[in-house]
Design a protein around this ligand. Structure first.
Ligand code: NAD
Length: 380
């Protein structure tokens, strides 16, 4: 690791964003102290906070700060009850989130789903299906496939009818699924490299029995897999993958998916953790030297129903810090320390409302700040 400062743009956003971000920064400062690191953390407004401060969901100064940073730690944006008249392309979800994804070429989305055994009650599956707890990483390709392929349009069709003078008129929508070899290679490498930091197994998801894209996907992933002989590779059709997540989720380590399949399966996997408040995510872009540009955020949104009440679970935001340490800064020991601190605090019985079960012996309900303080203290 080079010695220059690690620059982090902290964009808290709206709703619960500021309160969970405060706890994430607290934990990052604890990491800084324990591991003798030096983070330059600069906060800037985004979302409705950006509109209020500078008239734009992604103010120019905030975007400039992101460009000058090594990683973006993001809260969440959007408040459904604010000004419904604002055009949709200026709304925070589009103007900030999609813009950042595009600007920084974030092609890999990583969503770890962890369910510790003590939170078994939060999982919708029966305990015997949960093994000793769940730990799955969904790696989703984020910039290709059906969401972006051209042509993409809805058109009028006029079709002659046999034996009739009046043609049949209807609409036809077209989405195009396109993947190139380099796109598949780079996301496959992210999956195999991530597996090396875990249990060394990749399950590649495709629909090679029906889709041309699936055949290419399987060929390329198999080829890249040969560069990682220490990682086991298996292929699974997406329909079976969706079913296996419910039947035997403990079989999965890393699930590698193209964009559409990853969108769906990452949400299905997320449901297993019981609360959005526990789920971080990373979106990765270019790697330069020993740094990978990354965008780190909780899987959930701004939770306006609980905002400002010290009720939000800060763990998703705090685990996003762990992902940033791991993927952008290659500080694996620091990442593990944050994850261990979260586990320790959960094991000790501290619960925010979303993961609290009154029937659980030894559980103690706490607020956002107390949870963040306990985790920061556990980092040491
Ligand atoms: P949401 O994720 O904000 O909330 C869904 C439910 O989960 C709510 O009951 C909420 O209280 C709960 N929840 C979410 N995070 C929690 C946490 N950390 N601790 C405890 N409970 C938590 O989804 P929504 O209500 O559909 O969306 C609200 C706003 O957030 C919308 O404007 C939406 O567009 C936006 N949103 C933004 C992002 C993002 O910035 N990446 C993602 C999703 C939704």
């Amino acid at each position: 690791m080079s010695s220059h400062r690690l620059n982090v743009a902290a964009l808290a956003g709206d709703g619960i964003g500021p309160e969970v971000m405060r706890e994430a920064i607290r934990v990052l400062r604890a990491v800084e102290k324990r591991f003798q690191l030096s983070f330059q953390i600069t906060e800037a407004p985004v979302g409705w906070a950006g509109i209020d401060a500078a008239g734009k969901a992604l103010p120019d100064a905030t975007l400039q700060l992101c460009r000058e940073s090594d990683a973006i730690l993001f809260g969440s944006v959007g408040l459904p009850d604010r000004d419904p008249t604002i055009p949709k392309e200026e709304r925070p979800e589009r103007a900030a989130l999609l813009r950042i994804r595009k600007e920084f070429g974030l092609f890999a989305n990583l969503r770890p789903v962890r369910l510790p055994k003590v939170l078994s009650h939060a999982c919708p599956l029966r305990p015997e299906r949960q093994g000793d707890g769940l730990d799955i990483l969904v790696v989703r390709e984020l910039t290709g496939g059906l969401y972006f392929g051209q042509p993409k349009k809805t058109e009028e069709v006029v079709e002659a009818r046999e034996g009739s003078d009046s043609p049949r008129r209807f609409q036809r929508s077209i989405d195009t699924m396109v993947y190139t070899t380099p796109e598949i290679e780079r996301i496959a490498r992210v999956a195999f490299e991530s597996a090396r930091l875990r249990r060394r197994k990749v399950t590649s998801i495709d629909k090679a029995n029906v889709l041309e894209n699936g055949i290419l996907w399987r060929e390329v992933v198999t080829r890249i897999g040969k560069e990682f002989p220490d990682v086991a590779l298996e292929h699974m059709f997406v329909d079976n993958g969706a079913m296996q997540l419910m039947l035997r989720p403990t079989q999965f380590d890393v699930m590698l998916c193209e964009n559409l399949f990853g969108d769906i399966l990452s949400d299905e996997a997320a449901a297993l953790a019981g609360s959005l408040g526990m789920l971080p995510s990373a979106s990765l872009g270019q790697t330069t030297g020993d740094r990978t540009f990354g965008f780190y955020e909780p899987a959930g949104g701004t939770a306006p129903d609980i905002a400002g009440k010290d009720l939000a679970n800060p763990i998703a935001q705090i685990l996003s810090v762990a992902l940033m340490l791991r993927y952008s800064f290659r500080l694996e020991a620091a990442a593990v320390a944050v994850e261990a601190a979260v586990s320790q605090v959960i094991e000790s019985g501290l619960r925010t409302g979303d993961i609290f079960n009154p029937a659980e012996t030894g559980a103690r309900k706490v607020g956002t700040r107390a949870m963040g303080e306990a985790i920061a203290a556990a980092v040491g």
